[in-house]
Design a protein around this ligand. Structure first.
Ligand code: NOJ
Length: 763
């Protein structure tokens, strides 16, 4: 029976039995077609017991996939019992129509009010068919493609019964040691905000009630990406200016784009764990920004406030979190155990419970779950959609667009299709699991197209493969450390032999897919294990090397940059990895990706980012004088700057013009001519940066404030216009007020953050 009928029958029955004095409200909830969601929410709320309300605020993990440490008090029988009593509002990590149906049926058919569950899952870069990891997708700077990728991920996940993703992660990250840089859009607030919005629009679509769209979640609020020393879950201590100008804007943009949920973060921020932070969740998010969806805690982050040294015990943690505005408890089990007592003792005001529950019910109504709780649960659709050609085509398209050509000397790339003899070396080249990346709980092992398989389509029997050395040892799993091969070089000789006989050597080196992601911080950013030695050993016998990097974060590859003629950043590109890499290496696809995060020369430079502050001593005061902001043993500059990326064609920027009409219409128009000066069609990301030369709060030396992805035929020129409005010209002062200040501005335009053209204007 469809829920629509069932639900209204149940409600009608209940209304007759228990709500005789509430006829107007009774009518409102029965009048599913015409009354507003707000009316329905308040009518339903008025029917709920305190325990049922708290149940809505309780989220349990499912029964087999685990994406966090399992709490001691988490037995399965209890979960089922709570489901039946209506003490569970949501589950995560339950997937597949059959499994979701099993729990949804309990919620709908066995509980007193039949309130459907909202089913969450980490659909981060795809569900079963994987797109590139988010930092890779961000390298496309292609907002339409990113939106489409999220849309496709939503479609596949929704077909498996999921209606809520814990994505996008919109944490700005400047520290490559932090493993979760793979999950974000990189270091820049402007780009990160646009990409976050594109992802939200892709996941949620225009209509949340279609069975192809799912609710999105902006996470982790806030400052999770600023974990000290890049160590995951670590403390963040952030000044007002960085908080307002760097960390908050992508979250605010997410709210404005209509994201339906937020997730708070594991870290403490300036002494208060985010989960218990009233300033973040109530004052900023709900009051200042007027967010009307709900906030879910991160996995166990309510109980972790005890370890933080902020809560005395579980009961105190529940009190702090509920009062601070954490609406739903993910896997701490504390709301369900403690909140009723806390309300009865007057420690948590019922108005906070009602507010949290209203928010959760609102999103469930918006998803159409009250009209049909089984709308996502169609086995025929599940079979048809998951792994379909449409999904694979979109994943391939995104994968090609995510590749960044870092270096290409002597036209070694594209590879020739004329029987050129290729040696393919590296364990990652034949790996069909690692390219799936880190967030791939629903994907089966060995389902990616490997680079070896991809290249074979072009090179057939002119390709010879040798592993050279393993990257990892033993089984690799989501929840466990990857063990790296640091000693076994026994297969070097075979690889050297193969390399000697080749015209070109393609080496696929880098990180295993499970070396980045949650809980995967590193102190070294070089090629893991014996891979650097392997690279140098091969270089001794054949210098024609194309290095294809697999990684979830910027790496330090100075030696490679000094010696290897071509370097291709291929991240972890998902299911279609091999096809995408082959199309780029053989020139069927002209790469246009640009780095969304700076590549350091040395880990000691981290955090390194293009939009740094000048300091009072930015330049060398005289030969060898030490009194300026620098290192004795390394340059200040990065190896590859933010926004860097080459193409098989070349572009020329000219004719930068500024039309300053700010006094009339509050805008400044920047235009520039872009010419394709090479011999191939290609795409370029035109990047506009500004510098507010002096201000009441110091501004970065450069800030991205506009970009456009432009396709050009050889010899073609296009004039690109980018508009600076108050949004781009202003900033938040230390009182949190957005201001646009008069004064001098510099403008820079080019194909990376080390831009080619510059000019000035005044406001
Ligand atoms: C912990 C992660 O921090 C969060 O991003 C994720 O969504 C949850 N676990 C659920 O898996």
């Amino acid at each position: 029976m469809k829920l629509t009928k069932y639900y209204y029958l149940v409600i009608a029955g209940l209304l007759i039995i228990s709500c005789k004095n509430n006829n107007e409200n009774d009518l409102a909830i029965n009048d599913g077609e015409t009354s507003s969601i707000e009316d329905k929410v308040s009518v339903l709320l008025s029917k709920m017991t305190l325990e049922e309300k708290i149940g809505q605020m309780n989220q349990y993990n499912g029964f087999w996939d685990v994406t966090g440490p399992v709490p001691e008090n988490g037995d399965q029988a209890k979960k089922y019992d709570h489901l039946r009593k209506g003490y569970v509002g949501s589950m995560l990590n339950v997937r597949g129509v059959k499994e979701v149906m099993a729990v949804q049926k309990i919620a709908v058919e066995e509980t007193r009010l039949g309130i459907p569950l909202i089913i969450g899952f980490d659909v981060i870069h795809g569900y079963e068919t994987l797109s590139p990891i988010p930092i890779a997708e961000s390298a496309s700077w292609d907002l339409e493609a990113i939106k489409k990728s999220a849309q496709i991920a939503a479609k596949e996940a929704a077909a498996a019964g999921i209606n809520w993703t814990f994505a996008p992660m919109v944490d700005i990250s400047r520290d490559a040691r932090w493993g979760r840089v793979m999950e974000g859009a990189g270091e820049d607030t402007y780009l990160g905000s646009k990409i976050g919005v594109a992802r939200i629009k892709g996941f949620q679509g225009d209509d949340l009630t279609t069975p192809f769209s799912i609710a999105a979640c902006a996470k982790h609020f806030a400052a999770y990406g600023f974990a000290e020393a890049g160590r995951d879950y670590n403390t963040a201590d952030i000044g007002t200016s960085t908080l307002n100008n760097v960390i908050f804007p992508p979250f605010k943009a997410a709210k404005e784009a209509g994201v339906r949920t937020f997730m708070n973060s594991f870290n403490e921020l300036n002494g208060i764990p985010a989960t218990g932070d009233k300033y973040l969740q109530r004052d900023i998010l709900k009051e200042k920004w007027k967010f009307d969806g709900f906030v879910v805690s991160d996995w166990g982050s309510i109980s972790e406030m005890i370890a933080h040294g902020y809560a005395k015990d579980g009961k105190h943690a529940a009190e702090l979190a509920a009062n601070a505005g954490s609406d739903m408890d993910m896997e701490s089990y504390l709301y369900v155990e403690e909140l009723a007592g806390l309300v009865n003792e007057g420690k948590v005001d019922i108005k906070y419970i009602d507010d949290a529950v209203s928010r959760i019910l609102r999103v469930k109504f918006e998803l159409g779950l009250f009209d049909d709780a089984y709308r996502y649960l169609d086995e025929a659709r599940e079979k048809e959609v998951i792994g379909s050609q449409e999904i694979h085509d979109a994943a391939l398209d995104m994968a090609k667009k995510s590749i960044v050509l870092l270096k290409n000397e002597n036209n070694i790339l594209p590879l020739k299709k004329d029987g050129q003899k290729i040696a393919l070396i590296g364990a990652l080249a034949s790996d069909k699991t690692s390219p799936l990346g880190s967030w791939r709980i629903a994907a089966k092992d060995s389902t990616a197209v490997s680079v070896l398989e991809g290249l074979k389509q072009y090179s057939g029997n002119t390709i010879t493969y040798a592993k050279g050395a393993d990257v990892s040892i033993g089984k690799t799993e989501f929840a466990f450390e990857v063990k790296i091969n640091t000693t076994d070089k026994s297969e070097f000789n075979q690889a050297i032999k193969v390399a000697k006989q080749a015209d070109v050597v393609v080496m696929v080196l880098g990180e295993h897919g499970f070396q980045s992601g949650e809980g995967r911080s590193r102190t070294e950013l070089g090629l893991p294990g014996v891979q650097q030695e392997l690279l140098e050993a091969i270089y001794k016998v054949n210098k024609n090397i194309v290095l294809v990097l697999n990684n979830g974060r910027p790496l330090t590859i100075n030696w490679a940059d000094d010696n290897i003629p071509a370097i291709v950043e291929a991240w972890q590109l998902g299911t279609q990895t091999g096809n995408a890499v082959a199309q780029v290496l053989y020139g069927d696809y002209n790469p246009s990706g640009k780095l969304p995060m700076t590549f350091p020369r040395h880990v000691g430079q981290v955090p390194i980012y293009y939009n740094y502050k000048s300091t009072g001593r930015p330049t060398l005061p005289g030969e060898d004088v030490v009194f300026w902001s620098h290192y004795q043993d390394e340059e200040n500059t990065p190896l590859y700057t933010f926004g860097h990326g080459l193409s098989y064609t070349t572009f020329k920027y000219s004719n930068l013009k500024i039309e300053n009409t700010f006094s009339e219409n509050k805008t400044v128009k920047i235009s520039v001519d872009l010419t394709n000066t090479g011999k191939r069609q290609g795409k370029e990301v035109v990047q506009l940066y500004i510098r507010d030369v002096f201000a009441s709060v110091t501004r970065p030396v450069k800030e991205l404030k506009g970009f456009e992805l432009v396709a050009l035929n050889p010899n073609e020129t296009k004039t690109i216009e980018l508009i600076l409005s108050e949004d781009e010209l202003g900033f938040y002062d230390n009182q949190g007020t957005f201001v646009v200040e008069d004064g001098d501005f510099e403008v820079f335009v080019g194909g990376s953050s080390q831009t080619e053209l510059a000019d000035k204007f005044k406001l």
